[in-house]
Design a protein around this ligand. Structure first.
Ligand code: RP5
Length: 162
């Protein structure tokens, strides 16, 4: 059976960021497919993946890329599936280039753009989980438990404040 979520990234170097999305999904018991799909270096692979993603059974695509980050937008142009874009922190411009490349989509082709880096990767996974949870009560319960655990972990007072 096809995993419900595909995590795609422009380069092996993006995995250090995108693994946080995969780990968050795993913590919620959600299977995902991970692939390197570069808008620039492997455009044919991008077209094949994005055009076939829905028929293959994916429900949500998480796309991470850095620099001239065209992967999320091009993917969204080629599929009706929800696409969440994660701007990977780049060396030259700290990911601001990635963010701007992903967030400023023209009206009509949406990409849900997350924060730069690890926080964005984790939140992309949580958003994708929320989408799936709309039609999966067991997952909705796991997601609620995950959030409660997060809330319970926040202390009332900072350690060392006496
Ligand atoms: C983008 O270029 C990738 O998404 C990556 O973030 C960036 C740099 O890629 P590498 O040169 O590290 O392969 O396409």
């Amino acid at each position: 059976m096809t995993a419900p979520i595909a995590i795609i990234m422009g380069s092996q170097s993006d995995w250090e960021t995108m693994r946080h999305a995969a780990e968050t999904l795993a913590a919620l018991g959600i299977d995902c497919e991970k692939r390197i799909v570069s808008a620039h270096r492997t455009p044919d692979r991008l077209f094949a993946f994005a055009k076939g993603a829905k028929a293959q059974g994916f429900k949500v695509v998480i796309a991470g890329a850095g620099g001239a980050a065209h992967l999320p937008g091009m993917t969204a142009a080629l599929t009706e599936l929800p696409v969440f874009g994660v701007p990977v922190e780049s060396k030259a411009l700290s990911g601001v280039d990635s963010l701007y490349s992903i967030v400023q989509m023209p009206a009509g082709v949406p990409v849900g753009t997350l924060a730069i880096g690890k926080a964005g990767a984790i939140n992309a996974a949580l958003l994708a989980a929320s989408v799936l949870a709309l039609n999966d009560t067991a997952l909705a319960a796991r997601l609620a438990a995950w959030r409660k655990q997060q809330t319970d972990a926040v202390k009332e007072r900072p350690e060392g404040s006496a």
